[in-house]
Design a binder for this molecule. Structure first.
Ligand code: NAD
Ligand code: UDP
Length: 318
């Protein structure tokens, strides 16, 4: 019989969308979980069920400042992920990506903890290579409105690999493609939450551009499975590794699916495409399959249903 060893695990951004699902899983597996969040986009409701667990602890803290805790593993998720939120205070976004990474890497160096970085498909920018493989260096505008996030996350990856080369740190870098699920913020401006909330309210569905741009959408449970598997890999496995779902949809197709599943009478309206909005995005998941023996299980329609139910509950209660 194999016994799971209890670890002390730090999750930065643990009160956010992905972080709270990760905390749920880590706590259920018996780990001692320290959740750190400054509540910029996170919410206490996301972790309300964990509050009274003896193996869960919450610290309100901004990772742009140093943190002193003793842990075995660190998942560094703290950073606003929606364009609306990361562009609201772009200087703070870069600080969170870069100073936050330096502080968390420093913590990993002092404690000897293994550290996983929540990086992003945004490091590929508006790609000329399709689907995107980890070997592709990307096409990112360094001075645009998305740069605070894209370049911040790219610099964080650089820091992770320099700490690995220079100090032998045990690092894992995950490049996450668009992920959705319950606990996304209803106002966070990302396309899945926007379309579902608009459809449920009967408001117009706002397609930016002509809707021909593509994204690949991964359900949150699949992504958390991959996080946990990546953290458990041998020391030599550093990534970067793409995590997501390779089903690719135009934004217009997503709008149609949502309207259909909600049974909504919302009309579609077209608004200008934001600057530097990538035209296509789909992960090549070959490496994740090889390294982690992992592939996403939940297709878009199956994943949208619980999210629609979740937002229905949120709208009914508020
Ligand atoms: P989210 O906005 O729901 O969660 C981010 C959390 O970090 C929030 O709880 C926020 O309050 C917290 N935070 C922000 N700045 C902080 C700071 N300086 N100090 C402490 N806490 C801070 O977003 P999410 O979708 O859960 O994303 C989590 C991570 O995954 C982010 O790093 C994001 O870049 C990455 N990611 C997410 C996606 C996705 O599709 N969801 C895609 C690519 C990458
Ligand atoms: N989008 C849209 N309508 C919305 C919100 C987003 O058409 O109400 C588009 C957006 O322009 C982009 C895609 O949907 O092309 C995904 O946007 P999101 O903000 O979810 O993520 P990202 O652009 O970071 O992949």
């Amino acid at each position: 019989m194999s016994i799971e060893i209890r670890k002390r695990v730090l999750v930065t951004g643990g009160a956010g969308f992905l972080g709270s699902h990760l905390c749920d899983r880590l706590v259920a597996a018996g780990n001692d979980v320290v959740c750190v969040d400054n509540f910029y986009t996170g919410a206490k409701e996301n972790i309300v069920d964990l509050r009274d667990k003896p193996n869960f602890e919450l610290i309100r803290h901004d990772i742009t400042f140093p943190l002193y805790v003793e842990v075995d593993e660190i998942y560094n998720l703290a950073c606003p992920a929606s364009p609306v939120h990361y562009q609201h205070d772009p200087v703070q976004t870069t600080k969170t990506c870069v100073h936050g990474a330096i502080n968390m890497l420093g913590l990993a160096k002092r404690t000897g903890a293994r550290i996983l970085q929540a990086s992003t498909s945004e490091v590929y920018g508006d790609p000329e290579v399709h689907p995107q493989q980890e070997s592709y260096w990307g096409r990112v505008n360094p001075i645009g409105i998305r740069s605070c996030y894209d370049e911040g996350k790219r610099c964080a990856e650089t820091l992770f690999f320099d700490y690995h080369r220079q100090y032998g740190l045990d690092i894992k870098v995950a490049r996450i493609f668009n992920t959705y699920g319950p606990r996304m913020h209803p106002d966070d401006g990302r396309v899945v939450s926007n379309f579902i909330v608009q459809a449920l309210k009967g408001d117009p569905i706002t397609i930016y551009g002509d809707g021909s741009q593509t994204r690949s959408f991964c359900f949150v449970d699949d992504l958390i499975d991959a996080f946990l598997k990546l953290m458990k890999t041998d020391r030599e496995v550093t990534g970067p590794v793409n995590l997501g779902n390779s089903g690719e949809f135009t934004i217009a197709e997503l709008a149609e699916r949502v309207v259909e599943l909600v049974g909504s009478s919302s009309e579609i309206v077209y608004q200008p495409l934001p600057q530097d909005d990538p035209l296509q995005r789909r992960p090549d998941l070959t490496l994740a399959d090889q390294l982690l023996d992992w592939r996403p299980k939940v297709d878009l329609e199956e994943g949208l249903r619980p999210v629609i139910d979740y937002f229905r509950g949120v709208l009914n209660s508020g």
